[in-house]
Write a protein that binds this ligand. Sequence first.
Ligand SMILES: NC(=O)c1ccc[n+]([C@@H]2O[C@H](COP(=O)([O-])OP(=O)(O)OC[C@H]3O[C@@H](n4cnc5c(N)ncnc54)[C@H](O)[C@@H]3O)[C@@H](O)[C@H]2O)c1
Length: 251
Amino acid sequence: MKRLEGRVALVTGAGSGIGRATAHAFAAEGAYVYVTDVDGAAAEAVAADIVKAGSSARALTADVSRGQDVTAMFRTVQATHGKLDVLANNAGLNVRGDFRHLSDADWVKIREVNLDGVVRVARDGFSLLQASGRGSLINVASIMAHRGLRQLTAYSATKGAVTALTRGLAVEYAPFGIRVNALCPGFVETALTERVLRMPALQKALVDSTALRRLGQPEEIANAALFLASDEASYVTGAELAVDGGMGAML
Ligand SMILES: NC(=O)c1ccc[n+]([C@@H]2O[C@H](COP(=O)([O-])OP(=O)(O)OC[C@H]3O[C@@H](n4cnc5c(N)ncnc54)[C@H](O)[C@@H]3O)[C@@H](O)[C@H]2O)c1
């Protein structure tokens, strides 16, 4: 029996990186996966790959920073399946820069996706998760919720807020049969980190700060999301699962 057989899952930001790997992992374990992204073509490509591999998926274009997009996204799920067993709140972005020069526009851009989008999806997805009877909400935060690194301060602030949100939601949603957990990846090779990881000195510093002495791969984060999504995590809620190669454990 596959671990998510008969389940319905939705992943935001699933057109690339960690979200794409998570959508593939859920589908391979038997879930019907809504592959959603602001980049509709990327979402279509991922859904097509999943279907080609013999699993079930549907692409939806949705910008989590736009209320009407999120409403339409959940309306489609409601009309088609009437429930969500797994909701991975993964869409995120960063605008690097020294905090003292952070423009209002850049702060709003980061916050609107990384925090406001996560809040909106967690709130508006509630009734579909409740209809599951065993819903799992996974908020993708970051090791940066607990660490400082130059030019990542605004990003860190949004991720710290996501971990606080997760603890509150775990308490509020538990009576409705919904588990809520945060996933805190370390540095993972995706489009998000591509520019940073092209700087050899910075890449070396990050690897040197990681106990396992390497960067992470999207599939390694997806495996942790799969655990949180599945019944194997039936007693896990309000947790922050670090998947960071031991970066958080290093001095
Ligand atoms: N890569 C890392 O090292 C790392 C580490 C910790 C946390 N994270 C978090 O993991 C999540 C996924 O990041 P990734 O590294 O896979 O990045 P990525 O850039 O490869 O993928 C992010 C996806 O989100 C989509 N997206 C961006 N804005 C969106 C919006 N407004 N609405 C819907 N979709 C949107 C993008 O189109 C893209 O497909 C993010 O929340 C990120 O903060 C990543």
